[in-house]
Structures are given as C-alpha cells and as structure tokens.
Write a protein that binds this ligand. Sequence first.
Ligand SMILES: O=P(O)(O)OC[C@H]1O[C@H](OP(=O)(O)OP(=O)(O)O)[C@H](O)[C@@H]1O
Ligand SMILES: NC(=O)CC[C@H](N)C(=O)O
Ligand SMILES: [Mg+2]
Length: 504
Amino acid sequence: MCGIVGIAANRGINQELYDALTVLQHRGQDAAGIITVENEELFLRKENGLVRDVFNQNHMVRLRGKIGIGHVRYPTAGCASSAEAQPFYVNSPYGISLSHNGNLTNAAELRRALYQEDRRHMNTNSDSEVLLNVLAGELSRLGSLTLQPDEVFEAIGHLHQRCRGAYACVAMIQGFGIVGFRDPYGIRPVVYGVRETAQGQEHIIASESVALDVLGFELLGDIAPGEAVIITENGRLLKRQCAENPELTPCIFEHVYLARPDSVMDDIYVYKARLRMGDRLARKIQREWPDHDIDVVIPVPDTSRTAAVQLANELGVKYREGFIKNRYIGRTFIMPGQEQRKKSVRQKLNPIDLEFQGKNVMLVDDSIVRGTTSREIIQMARDAGAAKVYFASAAPPVRYPNVYGIDMPTASELVAHGRTEEEVQTLLGADRLIYQDLEGLVEAVSKGNPSVSRFEDSVFTGQYVTQDVSDAYLSQLELFRSDAAKQSRGAVGDSKFIDLHNPV
Ligand SMILES: O=P(O)(O)OC[C@H]1O[C@H](OP(=O)(O)OP(=O)(O)O)[C@H](O)[C@@H]1O
Ligand SMILES: NC(=O)CC[C@H](N)C(=O)O
Ligand SMILES: [Mg+2]
C-alpha cells in the first residue's frame, strides 16, 4: 500500500497536500513527495523519510500552484532509493506526473514493450514508472494539442487493456488537470470529494476518506473499478467507466490492517468491519472453547484495538490496555528490513506488569504475518508475569505472498506458510492460538456492503484475482524481493544511491 492524493482548488494547495499526506502516513513511511503546477511550471519535492522530515518551509513555499498531487511510499517493487519516491514525472506528452498505490504484475513485459514499441527508457525498477510511461504512451498516440477529456478516458481504457495487477492512481497532466483511476478489480481504494467555496467548487482524490474529513471535503464516492474521474483545471468534474469487464474485488487486508479505522471504503466503515471481526472471533472462541479460562483480553496496539474491544465485550471478559505504545515509532510491519522490524517491536511496545501478573491473558492482534510481533509480545507477556498466554488473530492464517501492493513477497517468510495452526502456536510460544476463519472475516467485512460479493483475499487462499500470477512469477519475486535478497544487495537504506538512479 501507499497513500495517494490529488487536489484541484482555487488557491494554493501545498499545505493541504502536506496535511493529506500526514493523514495517509500509515500507508507508507519510506518516502514522500508532492508535485504542483503554476503557469506551466512544475514544482517537485520528493525524498525518503516521513512527511514531516521530507518537507521543510523552503520546500513548501516553492510548491506553488492550485493543482497538485502527492504520495507516501511503502515500496513493493524496485528498491528503497529516493529515485523511486513518487510522484514520478515524464515530460512528454504535456508533462505528466503520477502517484500510484498498488503493484503491477506484468511490469517486466510492459517495460520491454515500452522500449521496443515506443523507445521509452526507464532507469528504475519501479513498476509505477512503467505505469506512468504506459499512460504517457497512450496519451501521445491519442491526445491532441489541446488535450480533451474524451482522449484521456480513451487512453485509460487502453491502459486497462495493457496493465495487470493493482493500481489506484492519481495523475496530473500539465495544462489539463488531474485524473484518478482504479484498476478493473478495484483492488486498492481511492475516493473523491468536493468542497464548495466562494470562488467555486474544489475537488480532491485520495486513497482514504479520512483525508477528505480532515480537509473539509464532502465524500462523493469511491472511484469505481475501471472508472476514471477527471477534474479539469477550471474545476469541472467528469467521470467514465473505461474498462470492459470491471468487477469490484477490493483487498480485504485493507480492512484487517492497512486502512485507518476512521475511513470508509467501498461504502464499508473500516471501524465497523473491525468490530465485527471481534464479534466473529468471540463466537468462534465460544464455539470451540466454551470453558475457556481467559481472565483478561489485551490488544496489541494499535490496529487490533477495535477488534479486541469487541471480542472482550462479546466474551464478557475484562479489556485492559496492557501494552503502551511509544507514539514516536511508526508501524513495524511496513518497515523495510527484518532486523529493523524486530528491534522496533520492543522499542514500540512496553508492558504494564500488573495487568499480566498471575493472569491468563488473551493477546489479540489483527493479523499474524511474519510472526515478528506475536513472538516478541508473547515473550514480553510471560516476562511480565502472565500465568498463561493465549493469542488470537482477527484474520485467518496469512499463508501466501501478496503481489498487489503489500510487501509480503516470500511465502517462506510467512510464519503460517506450510504450517498447521498447532505448529504456528508452538513456534510463537503461545499456550493456545486462535485464528479467525476466512468465512468469519469475509462476513465481518461484507456485512458493511452486501453488494461486494468478492474480495481479493490471496494472502489467505493463494488465489490471485488477476489470474496471471504463476509459480515462476512468484519465484522471481522471491529472488528479488525477499528480506535475504534485499540484505545481500544492501538495498535496505539509501546510502548507496547516486542521483541518476542505478538499481541494485
Ligand atoms: O506478524 P508480523 O509480521 O509482526 O505482522 C503483523 C503485525 O504488524 C502490524 O502491526 P504494526 O506494528 O505494523 O502497526 P500497528 O501499530 O498499526 O498495529 C499488525 O497490526 C500486526 O501487529
Ligand atoms: N505499496 C505500493 O502501493 C507501492 C507502489 C509501487 N509499487 C512502489 O513500489 O513504489
Ligand atoms: Mg500491530
């Protein structure tokens, strides 16, 4: 996942883009960027780091203009170099920049075709640069001197025919406006909204509705799978379905972990979906372990809190905040290397001993992925004096790699891959481990919008909705993106990179 935003307003939007990115920071902590345009001149600032570190006052005053787009990055392709921070920019045609959330599954083929057919050269391994060049290629074939909305819609229709995988995007086309679009399965989220001002309407496109709330925009809706939404420079909003067979299949993991609880996605309140995950999990415990001896339910902050509170309610057991989170440490799971992730769990969470001493505690997390957090936290609970340590996961076992914008490229790094639940329990050192069933999770999420009949749930099932993910593709991905591969290339961190980017 990454966070994307685009704003077209009647006054300077640098501060609002910045504010939107801070609200989307949970979607990517590695790099951030903003590009704006004024009088045909583009202004770009992007760098590795958190939003607050990337932009200083000098950068902000130089980001002039009433139209712009931004990005926070969590790399899932290429490497962590600042050269792959987004938005990406290409000068021809028109001057186009792009912020992308997701991951293409046919980036390598597209890259070859772009060189052979269009003589387009790319110097990074980022799939987002490929996507931008596909868009640029289509627009240069179709676009007239004064670009028309119909031409943009048609170009995006062609892009859908060529690109595979997940892409929720916002592009800025110099002299035209901004355009948001979403892949034909709608795997990653993207919404749009409007704000009335004395000077007329202003519009926003963003990954999550929470960015609209904070900036005072009214939510108009989600960009539908395959759809494109154009906001022209003079504030007109137009939308059109550009894909032939769109089918909404949103990523269910957004609801488990990725999104903020105060966002609404595809008409589903993430917060309520998480409450229902707690409900379903409680029911499973009541079914399978009616004579449980849990004294207290303790969440693993932050994301699991919502599910845990409901689980405790349903079970009629005390809910206690037994771990205090250091608010200055970000999300551990989306950190780039295993060493950093492991170290951060201990730095991030500290137990309050008296909530553990002599008690049978049930720790609740939203998910167990590599097992980094659960292993550490179970040991911390024991060290704090717990009599028994039970562990519950609001999601089913994560057993398969993700290829659509979550950096889980390697099956063998997933603690539940090829293991039974009992084996995972032993490995994590829990006295009992309970996972949510997939049916329970799907029910919890889809109840918010029963018209969503299918979710992208490959991390649990190994079934990939785009149907183009072969074993060879997965092996290739593992070869390039596993923790071990990144480590041996020295690709975690940025110190090796020079300015015209040389991938490692
Ligand atoms: O099994 P693992 O590989 O450890 O991954 C799962 C953990 O990572 C996430 O927490 P994270 O610290 O990223 O963020 P949070 O504070 O939002 O819960 C998630 O909420 C789980 O706690
Ligand atoms: N997580 C994402 O959405 C990442 C976008 C893109 N694939 C990148 O690596 O930059
Ligand atoms: Mg967590």
